[in-house]
Design a protein around this ligand. Structure first.
Ligand code: G16
Length: 544
């Protein structure tokens, strides 16, 4: 008798992947057939799983372990050849991307809702990455969504749980389950890219590092790399134990949610360098002693200094940033004669550029930075890149930033998030503004005159695919800019993101508080969108 059960099911509404995979409240994912429908749809959308190999792992949030067992049984029933799983079903997103590439698998399934809180009543997510190691591009996520709308049955192998706590190979029916150390290959890769000797010497010389793993998946990675391999004292990594509810923390590395780290870095006797990472390890925040580095500035500094790291000594092929990210990196690219690409929000848009060899370095305002070493953004990579730069330059973070602004000018930048909005009301605000785009040039709002306005559309330079409706851009006379779009990663209501930017060439005016420097742009954006009038909000919930 076959141990493969074919289970009749029906389409479940709302299985449409967003900016990064399918994210829902955990109880929704735990509903009958919900996970199974989505996973079967992934297999169906990629032409079946038979004979294929996959990577599987997640950030350890609540339901990670159960979901991994279901996916293994479904992979076996769909006649996959091999699934490579991180021990305990753990893998950071960049480590999963690396394993997909290293082992040349047919893709991978990553269990994570990234920076969203985890737990029985919080968020869960599933993401499919393609054989290049990157998040599935829109053509694939749309095919998955279509499959979810047509599904009539799924296949699952009837078996006990696979022991994922010991390294080695077991079998589930015909399929091999290979349990691997989630950290080792990734840590080895980092050693090939960065000057570990120089960083080790800097740390041995008294340079103090604080890394906040936020009770999420990067804890074991940071302990292995920073403490074991680079010699940082034990205790350098705090909140190091991954917990399935992230200890009740919101694992989003920004000044609001990593406040404890911020307080330490701005307090007396602050360490020389602070950093935090998110739930699945792809985001990063960098802080110096008394100085916060915005993600857009971090990207620019890395672009200007990456050649100091051995893996990038030959220079960069080009750089890319998402449209709402500040143009700080553009200034570096112009000075160095590098191509600079502007993509929609979502790491998946960088994949083609990296695969085609057009860019080496990519970054987003949403605390994401990375390079073509994998096809995901990579939190610890950014931390090591910064440490390598500081070791090579023998400079403090504050001095690096001040020098950068003097050379390239400063792009004052901030993102204001209005959370928990009524979806219809938030959509209506953007629809109303979109309808006025063509007429906006010449309009004066809060003393600023609109120079140009559009709804960003992107044509992929590699495959020609077009992604429209990617954010409303309003540029004012003098170059200041406001961008508005709805977040694609939330699970309840809507979050309106308002991105604000104003560049100052220097040498004067490089030392203003960003909110102050941006005040006129903030006022103009509020007036044009009618945020108070239509959403009844005057202040954002989160400012980064
Ligand atoms: C994801 C994507 C990023 C994106 C971010 C914010 O990050 O991978 O590319 O910038 O969401 O997206 P949104 O503004 O639509 O919420 P992560 O770390 O959540 O996977």
């Amino acid at each position: 008798m076959s141990q493969i059960a074919t289970v009749a099911t029906e389409p479940i509404q709302g299985q449409k992947p967003g900016t990064s995979g399918l994210r829902k409240k955990t109880p929704v994912f735990m509903q009958r057939h919900f996970l199974e429908n989505f996973v079967q749809s992934i297999f169906d959308a990629i032409g079946g799983a038979a004979g294929k190999s996959f990577v599987l792992g997640g950030d350890g949030r609540y339901f990670n372990d159960r979901a991994a067992q279901v996916i293994l049984r479904m992979a076996a029933a769909n006649r996959a050849r091999r699934v490579i799983v991180g021990r305990g079903a753990l893998l950071s997103t960049p480590a999963a991307s690396h394993l997909i590439r290293l082992r040349r698998t047919d893709g991978g399934i990553i269990l994570s809702a990234s920076h969203n809180p985890g737990g029985p009543d919080e968020d869960f997510g599933v993401k499919f990455n393609t054989p290049n190691g990157g998040p599935a591009p829109e053509a694939v996520t749309e095919a998955i969504h279509r499959a979810t709308e047509a599904i009539t049955e799924y296949r699952i192998y009837e078996a006990h749980d696979v022991d994922l706590s010991n390294l080695g190979e077991t079998r589930l029916g015909e399929m091999v389950v290979e349990v691997v150390d989630p950290v080792a290959d990734y840590a080895d890769l980092m050693e090939t890219l960065f000057d570990f000797n120089a960083i080790r010497a800097m740390i041995a010389g008294g340079f103090r590092v604080r890394f906040d793993a936020m009770c999420a998946v990067t804890g074991p990675y940071a302990v292995e790399i920073l403490e074991n391999r680079l010699g940082a004292p034990s205790g350098t990594v705090v909140n190091r134990l991954p917990l399935n509810d992230f200890g009740g923390l919101h694992p989003d590395p920004n000044p609001v949610w990593a406040k404890v780290l911020m307080d330490e870095m701005f307090g007396a006797d602050a360490p020389d360098f602070g950093a935090a990472s998110d739930g699945d390890g792809d985001r990063n925040m960098v802080v110096g002693k008394g100085v916060y580095v915005s993600p857009s500035d971090s990207l620019a500094v890395i672009a200007a200094n990456a050649h100091l790291a051995p893996g990038y000594a030959a220079g960069l092929a080009g750089v890319a940033r998402s449209m709402p990210t500040s143009a700080a990196v553009d200034a570096v690219a112009a000075a160095k004669g590098l191509d600079c690409y502007e993509t929609p929000t979502g790491w998946k848009f960088f994949g083609n550029l990296m695969d085609a060899g057009k860019v080496t370095l990519c970054g987003e305002e949403s605390f994401g930075t990375g390079s073509d070493h994998v096809r995901e953004k990579d939190g610890l990579w950014a931390v090591l890149m910064w440490l390598n730069i500081l070791a090579a330059r023998r400079d403090s973070v504050a001095d690096v930033m001040a020098g950068h602004f003097r050379t390239y000018g400063r792009n004052y930048y901030s993102r204001h998030d209005f959370e928990g909005l009524d979806l219809a009301a938030a959509t209506a605000v953007l629809d109303r503004l979109r309808g006025r785009m063509a007429d906006l040039p010449g309009t004066v709002a809060a003393g600023l005159t609109v120079a140009a306005a559009d709804d960003f559309a992107y044509t992929d330079p590699v495959d020609g695919s077009v992604s429209a409706g990617q954010g409303l851009r309003i540029v004012f006379d003098g170059g200041a800019r406001a961008v508005m779009r709805l977040s694609g990663t939330g699970t309840t209501g809507a979050t309106l993101r308002l991105y604000l930017e104003r560049s100052v060439p220097g040498p004067d005016g490089l030392d203003t508080d960003p909110q102050e420097a941006l005040a006129p742009v903030i006022a103009a954006a509020h007036e044009l969108a009618g945020i108070e009038a239509h959403l009844d909000r005057s202040e954002p919930d989160v400012i980064t």
